[in-house]
Design a protein around this ligand. Structure first.
Ligand code: SF4
Ligand code: SF4
Length: 344
C-alpha cells in the first residue's frame, strides 16, 4: 500500500484518501457499509466537514469502533471564535470521538493568524493545547491566498483543487508545499465530476508522491474502482496519457468546476449545474439532461439580473452571467435539434 506523509505532521496515510462530501448523497445504510469496506481495505484518512450535513455522523456511526486506527480531518467555515468552538463541539459529537487528527479552516476569505482581529486561529491553538485537535490545516481554491497561507508557516496542511486540468500556477503550489514541508491534500481530482475516466485521474495522481488525493465516494462501485487501481498498482501509460490529453483539449480555458461556492443565487438559479450544462451534454449522454425538470432549471437562468452577488464568491473569477447565457443558448440548440452534442 502506497502512503503519503503529510508535511511535517506525523500523519502517514494510505494514498487512497476518502473524501466524505458525497456521503451525504448516499442512503445511510449504504454509506455506513462502504465506509466499513473502505476501512477493511486499509483506507485510513477520512476528510469531512461541518458543512457536509450528515457526513460526519455517518463516519461516526461506521468507524467510531476503530477510531484509533484511522485519521479524521474535519473543517469549520465559521469566521468567529464562538462559531468555531460550536462547530468543533458538534463535529466531535457527530464523529463520536474526543479528538480530530486534523482540523481545517474551510475556505476562509483571508489567512487567519494568531492575535488577528478575527480570533479564529487562537481558537484552533487553544483546541490544540486542550488535545481536541492534533494538527491545523486550511483549504482554499484561490491561488494567491494559498501561496500566502503556505508561506505563513501557520498551517500543517493545505487542501487545494488539483487535477490534470490544473494550470501551471496550481502545480507550483505543490512544489511550494514540498519546500515548506506542508502536507498537500488534493480536492476536486475529478474536477467536479467532469472527468469521466477515474483510472486516468488515479494514475495521474500517482505521479505526485507528496500529494494526497481525497476521492469523493458516493457509491460502493466507485470505492471498488479505486481499490482495484491500488491493488493493480495502476500507473500512467500511453493509453491513459491519451485520455488525459483529449480531456485537456476539450476542457481547456475557463469553465465552471461545480464547487457551488457561488450559491445561493437570490433568484434561485442553480448556477453550478446550469453553468456547466454545455459540458454535461457533451461529455455524457444527452438524453437524461433533456427532461422537463432540467428544461425548467435552464429556463430559470433567464432570471439572472446580473446582480453580481455570485461573482465575488467564485474562486475562479468566472463571468457567471455570461456563462449562464452561453450555456442556455447551447442547451436550446440541443433541445431544438439544431446541434447534436454527445458522441460515443
Ligand atoms: S448575477 Fe445572476 S446568477 Fe449571479 S447571483 Fe445575481 S442573479 Fe444570480
Ligand atoms: S461558477 Fe464558480 S463558484 Fe460557482 S460553481 Fe462554478 S466554479 Fe464554483
Amino acid at each position: 500500500m502506497e502512503s503519503v506523509k503529510l508535511g511535517k505532521t506525523d500523519l502517514i496515510v494510505n494514498k487512497l484518501g476518502f473524501g466524505a462530501l458525497p456521503l451525504q448523497r448516499a442512503e445511510e445504510k449504504d454509506a455506513i457499509s462502504f465506509l466499513k469496506k473502505a476501512y477493511n481495505n486499509k483506507i485510513n484518512f477520512y476528510d469531512t466537514a461541518r458543512a457536509y450535513s450528515n457526513s460526519e455522523e455517518r463516519i461516526g456511526k461506521a468507524l467510531s469502533n476503530v477510531r484509533e486506527d484511522i485519521y479524521i480531518a474535519s473543517k469549520t467555515k465559521s469566521l468567529e471564535p464562538e462559531g468555531v468552538w460550536k462547530d468543533l463541539e458538534t463535529s466531535l459529537k457527530n464523529l463520536k470521538t474526543d479528538y480530530l487528527d486534523l482540523y481545517q479552516f474551510h475556505n476562509p476569505p483571508f489567512c487567519p493568524k494568531p492575535n488577528d482581529e478575527h480570533g479564529i486561529y487562537d481558537v484552533f491553538l487553544e483546541a490544540k493545547e486542550e488535545g481536541l485537535i492534533n494538527h491545523i490545516g486550511i483549504t482554499t481554491h484561490k491561488n494567491a491566498l494559498a501561496i500566502k497561507e503556505i508561506k505563513s508557516g501557520l498551517f500543517e496542511t493545505m487542501q487545494y483543487p488539483f487535477s490534470y486540468l490544473s494550470e501551471e500556477k496550481d502545480f507550483k503550489i505543490i512544489n511550494l508545499c514540498k519546500e515548506k514541508n506542508v502536507g498537500f491534500i488534493a480536492m476536486k481530482a475529478m474536477s467536479g465530476g467532469l472527468l469521466k475516466e477515474s483510472k486516468a485521474v488515479y494514475a495521474f495522481m500517482e505521479e505526485y508522491p507528496t500529494v494526497l488525493p481525497i476521492w469523493g465516494i458516493q457509491k460502493e462501485s466507485e470505492l471498488d474502482e479505486f481499490l482495484t487501481y491500488q491493488k493493480n498498482n495502476v500507473k500512467l501509460n500511453k493509453e491513459l496519457k491519451e485520455v488525459i490529453n483529449e480531456d485537456k483539449e476539450e476542457l481547456s480555458g475557463e469553465f465552471c468546476r461545480g464547487c457551488a461556492y457561488c450559491q445561493p443565487c437570490p433568484n434561485g438559479i442553480n448556477i453550478n449545474m446550469c453553468a456547466r450544462m454545455s459540458l454535461w451534454i457533451r461529455r455524457f449522454p444527452t438524453e437524461p439532461y433533456l427532461t422537463p425538470e432540467y428544461q425548467e432549471m435552464m429556463e430559470k437562468t433567464l432570471d439572472c439580473e446580473e446582480c453580481g452577488e455570485c461573482l465575488s464568491k467564485c474562486p475562479y473569477e468566472l463571468n457567471i452571467p455570461k456563462l449562464l447565457r452561453e450555456n442556455y443558448e447551447d442547451y436550446q440548440n440541443v433541445l431544438s435539434g439544431k446541434i447534436n452534442t454527445y458522441k460515443e
